[in-house]
Design a protein around this ligand. Structure first.
Ligand code: PLP
Length: 402
């Protein structure tokens, strides 16, 4: 047997965690609060069928859609990012700063290709998005955790870790964070940008949920405060258009964008043309604002039901985050309940049959943090099933505390 490359060993542990986290998500009889998919009702199937019919003509954009395309992405989709997604949030940039990606996750890969050597330190939040850690492992980076509270990562701990570890990069998910649903406060966004400048460290701002805010005040991205080009901001079309289209983007200083484009060229030449063109037309023809209102209304209702039901059915002493957007809440259970065991029981017991993601796997330090925590997604579950699932799960948890 030919040996696998060394990097596969490096990432094996995290890959197993990811497999364990998502392993129970396939049973159709389960009420699942586990996955992070957008609601099936939000996918603009009819609009896309109509657009595809118009676009896929030789006198339309049919040839362009089926031909090779530019590494940086289709120009009018880059313009959409600049004009409709970044400018309204307070990030002013030009098309030259934007690179279209094959899904938001590609940002982590390309940034690592361009900046990370084996042994480099990457600061990550505790908890963080494990699939990004899998990518950091693949590049043989060393992840060091920064503590969080309800307002996101804690600047004092960040500064301590910057001083102690001399990292190359901070990876942060500042808005409706996956998995915690927490949002970095305005003051802390400014503080992160200032610390990045002072310690000359790159910030990868992974912000795929920033466009699905349905309550509270809009906050500018960290990139808004970046006077010295230390911040790369990444976004995604997965939650506002379609995850299967695999579309995302990064915006950075033009030289950095060129380096990322070089890495992309060596990876997959460019992002698929057909989804890019359909997405660009979807925005340019003005479908987005009404679509956006509709998805935000849906998620607001689902969030409200989930939080109300957790308060009602989970035992006293339970804490949960109060997200103003996104798809998740993070729940901390009282009484030393281990959520990995709880998940096993709740999916094995036909009277419960409810899935969620156990908290421990989201902590890259693997030091036992998060054992009593769980990520509960309300995005892709209808309201009546949210109520039923939380009621059943709450019953199981309460019975374990007796
Ligand atoms: C924090 C975070 N980053 C990146 C992604 C990747 O999104 P995409 O589907 O655009 O690759 C996700 C998806 O769930 C996510 O939660």
């Amino acid at each position: 047997m030919v040996p696998y490359a060394r990097r596969m060993e490096y990432m094996a542990f995290t890959a197993n965690v990811v497999k364990g986290l998502f392993g129970s998500m396939t049973d159709p009889n389960i009420i699942s609060f586990g996955g992070g998919s957008p609601a099936r009702e939000t996918l603009p199937v009819d609009t896309i069928r109509q657009l595809a019919d118009e676009v896929l003509r030789t006198d339309g954009r049919g040839v362009e859609a089926l031909q090779y395309g530019p590494i940086e992405g289709v120009r009018d989709l880059r313009e959409v990012v600049v004009r409709e997604l970044l400018a309204p949030k307070g990030v002013s940039c030009d098309v030259e700063n934007v690179l279209i990606l094959s899904g938001g996750l590609e940002a982590m890969n390309l940034v690592c290709q361009a900046f990370i050597d084996p042994g480099d330190v990457i600061l990550v939040e505790a908890p963080t998005f494990v699939q990004s850690v899998e990518i950091f492992d693949m590049f043989e980076a060393r992840c060091v955790s920064v503590a969080m509270d309800d307002d996101g990562l804690i600047p004092e701990d960040l500064e301590r870790k910057l001083r102690e570890n001399r990292p190359k990069m901070l990876y942060t998910i500042p808005t409706f964070q996956n998995p915690s649903g927490r949002t970095l406060s305005l003051e802390r966004r400014r503080a992160v940008a200032e610390l990045a400048e002072r310690y000359d460290v790159l910030v990868l701002e992974d912000d795929p949920y920033r466009d699905i805010r349905y309550s509270g005040e809009e906050l500018p991205p960290i990139k808004h405060f970046d006077a010295t080009d230390h911040v790369i901001t990444a976004g995604s079309f997965s939650k506002i258009f379609s995850p299967g289209s695999r579309l995302g983007y990064v915006a950075a200083e033009a030289g950095v964008t060129r380096q990322l484009a070089a890495a992309k060229s060596a990876t997959n030449s460019h992002t698929s043309m057909l989804p890019q063109i359909l997405c660009a037309e979807f925005f340019k023809r003005g479908f987005y604002p009404a679509h956006h209102r509709r998805i935000c209304d849906l998620y607001r209702r689902r969030r409200d039901v989930m939080l109300r039901c957790i308060d009602r059915y989970f035992p006293a002493g339970t804490k949960h985050s109060d997200p103003d957007g996104g798809l998740f809440t993070w729940v901390e259970l009282p009484g030393g309940i281990d959520t990995t065991d709880l998940l096993r029981e709740s999916t094995a017991d036909p009277a419960v049959n409810v899935a969620f993601l156990a908290g421990e796997g989201f902590f890259s330090d693997r030091d036992g943090q998060g054992k009593n925590c769980m990520r509960m997604s309300f995005g892709n579950t209808p309201e009546e099933l949210i109520e039923e699932g939380v009621r059943r799960l709450g019953g199981l948890i309460c019975s374990k505390l007796k």
